[in-house]
Design a protein around this ligand. Structure first.
Ligand SMILES: C[S@@+](CC[C@H](N)C(=O)[O-])C[C@H]1O[C@@H](n2cnc3c(N)ncnc32)[C@H](O)[C@@H]1O
Length: 200
């Protein structure tokens, strides 16, 4: 398997145009959710934020949004886009698995999109524990999981509803779950879930 835990793997993809995940716009499932049922304003983390379209969108909607990515290319481009658009969004170059150390209970919420499927599937428990560590008690984790179908090889690594419930269950309660409006290429392969941080 490619070493997806190394930032160089991702930086190389950015360098040679292998960023097939790029939407050049905020993710439709996030936009629909925030327009219809906005979570209370507060500090929001976006792990594996890439070029930061979702971070800038959240900042524009009044959230104190902070994007994390360990690829210097992604962070540089995210900062540059925010500057051009005059959006006050923060971007930090950091491996998300180290966030618990520096951002314990620092966030009211997390927006997850296309990061969970990018990490080594063997590290998913570590991902969940990290998110549980950085979210305040009672805080929220809004996630759009993808791809919900098997593929030849990852990344993106597939995920199932059962795995999400099993991994997040010890620290989060599922409050809502539904199939969102997706970009055409991802239709029928995404699952939107609102999770609430419990005492676990
Ligand atoms: C598939 S891209 C998705 C980017 C963005 N979320 C989007 O939807 O456009 C995955 C991103 O996660 C970043 N990433 C992967 N593993 C990471 C880690 N352990 N720490 C920080 N960033 C990571 C990669 O550098 C890449 O920018």
């Amino acid at each position: 398997m490619a070493d997806v835990s190394a930032s160089e793997f991702w930086t190389d993809l950015y360098a040679r145009g292998g960023d097939g995940w790029e939407l050049r716009q905020p993710a439709p499932p996030l936009v629909d959710f925030v327009e219809r049922t906005p979570p209370p304003r507060g500090r929001v983390a976006v792990p594996g934020c890439g070029r930061g379209h979702d971070v800038r969108y959240l900042a524009g909607r009044g959230y104190a949004a902070c994007g994390f990515d360990f690829s210097p290319t992604a962070v540089a481009q995210a900062r540059s886009l925010a500057k051009v658009e005059g959006v006050a969004a923060e971007f930090v170059q950091q491996d998300i698995f180290t966030l618990g150390r520096d951002f314990g209970r620092a966030f009211d919420g997390v927006w997850e999109y296309q990061c969970f499927c990018a990490i080594d599937p063997r590290r998913r428990i570590e991902y969940v524990r990290t998110m549980a560590a950085i979210i305040k008690p009672g805080g929220w984790l809004l996630a759009c999981f993808f791809p919900m179908r098997r593929r030849a090889a990852g990344p993106p690594f597939p995920v199932s509803a059962g795995e999400v419930r099993r991994l997040f269950g010890p620290h989060f309660r599922v409050e809502r779950a539904y199939e969102p409006r997706s970009v055409r290429a991802r239709q029928g392969q995404e699952w939107m879930v609102l999770l609430r941080r419990t005492n676990g």
